[in-house]
Design a protein around this ligand. Structure first.
Ligand code: PLP
Length: 393
């Protein structure tokens, strides 16, 4: 018998892909120059040239195509733990690192490895739309709570209201997809404080899974604080999809904090989850490439410029939005409560935006600005028309 949940996930249309695919049809119909496609989070900045050099070098290794050990090559795990320790002031060992096929695999394995069927995972809305799928496939119950609506920082009351004795996992994603918001240190300290108290109250550990694929993509601050700096029971999930522009190459990792309760058991359980999903080892070529390119800094000038152009346009047409500090997404506040209706109207002007409904929040539209800057500039008249339609300008 075909299970209804997997069948449902396989047939339901992903909200982002749906808009993107509509865009492909629209471009063919009316011409690409009349479509302003802000749908997909595909990095527009090319991978650094060192990536190509590292690929060519790796091709000379006759063992390149062999299996590697399941958690990844020892040299790469050491390099990752050294980097994480230097950055976050923790003391992980290579044995705390498991290299995965991107952040998706890292987060799925972490959820499955930390949550028993029937237990709850809590995310903050707006949240990445795959979290409910990842949670339910592990037999868990997905819940979410709101951040403060005005600035998308921690709302402790909302969090406390959603925590129960069944809470096993809290999912944090900063810089955030879909809003571009970055949780500040104060928010993370409040979160840690609240979870330490909840652990006391419920008498069991609650783990943060910190999904950080956009960690490097911040514009007005020097660094992004990570929950691992403030809360012991943290697993960091990372990806090179965005920072090194390698989304198709499927490479990332999870790292268990050296201060986590039952650290070794946690690592073993997450490794068991990887095994149960059939993630034997991530691509061997990419493991070598990342080992060589780990400390490269992404060139984020293009994204910053794009952000500033888009913010300038929205300011000019008086369309309100949440000012994004990181990632490459911006959240427009819809002038009507129904985001789907708003995004539908935007299509009339060739503007492709993703409604916020599947991100656990209503009334916003996501614009991904990892696109051609020229296209953003040309979208001004379309945004102006849309704004006029709602009497904003
Ligand atoms: N988590 C978040 C918040 C994301 O935005 C994405 C990709 O867009 C992922 C996880 C998955 O990343 P990866 O390509 O590394 O699997």
């Amino acid at each position: 018998m075909i299970p209804s949940d997997t069948l449902g996930w396989g047939t339901a249309r992903n909200c982002i892909r749906e808009v993107y695919e509509y865009g492909i049809r629209l471009k063919a119909e009316i011409g690409a120059d009349k479509v302003f496609d802000f749908s997909l989070g595909n990095p527009s900045v090319p991978a650094p040239p060192q990536v190509k050099d590292a690929i060519l070098k790796a091709l000379e290794d006759p063992t390149l195509h062999d299996y590697t050990v399941a958690p990844g090559r020892p040299g790469l795990r050491k390099a990752i733990s050294d980097q994480l320790n230097a950055r976050c002031g923790v003391h992980t060992l290579p044995e705390d690192i498991y290299v995965t096929c991107g952040a998706s695999a890292a987060v799925t394995c972490s959820i499955k490895g930390l949550l028993k069927p029937g237990e709850e995972a809590v995310a903050f809305a707006p949240h990445y739309p795959e979290y409910p799928v990842f949670t339910r496939t592990a037999g868990g119950v997905f819940k979410f709570c709101s951040l403060r609506r005005e600035d998308l920082q921690m709302d402790v009351e909302a969090l406390e209201a959603v925590l129960t004795e069944k809470t096993a996992v809290v999912l944090v994603n900063s810089p955030n997809n879909p809003s571009g918001a970055v949780l500040n240190e104060e928010s993370l300290r409040k979160l840690a404080d609240c979870l330490y108290k909840a652990q006391e109250r419920f008498g069991h550990p609650i783990y943060i899974i910190s999904d950080e694929p956009y960690r490097e993509l911040v514009y007005d601050m020097s660094d992004v604080p990570s929950p691992i700096q403030f809360y012991d029971n943290t697993v960091v999930c990372y990806s090179y999809s965005k920072s090194l522009s390698l989304p198709g190459e499927r490479i990332g990792y999870y790292a268990v904090s050296d201060r986590a309760t039952d650290r070794e058991k946690v690592f073993a359980s997450l490794a068991g989850a990887a095994r149960s999903y059939g993630y034997v080892n991530p691509p061997s070529l990419m493991q070598r490439v990342i080992e060589a390119c780990l400390n490269l800094k992404p060139d984020i000038r293009t994204y910053k410029e794009n952000r500033d152009i888009l913010c300038g346009i929205l300011d000019e047409v008086k369309m309100p939005y949440i000012h994004p500090d990181g990632a490459f997404y911006l959240f427009i506040r819809c002038p009507i409560p129904d985001a789907k209706e708003f995004c539908e109207h935007a299509r009339k002007y060739g503007l492709l935006l993703v409604p916020s409904n599947d991100f656990g929040i209503t009334g916003y539209a996501r614009a991904a600005y990892c696109v051609n800057g020229e296209m953003i500039r040309r979208s001004l008249p379309a945004f102006r028309e849309l704004s006029r339609e709602y009497g904003l300008c």
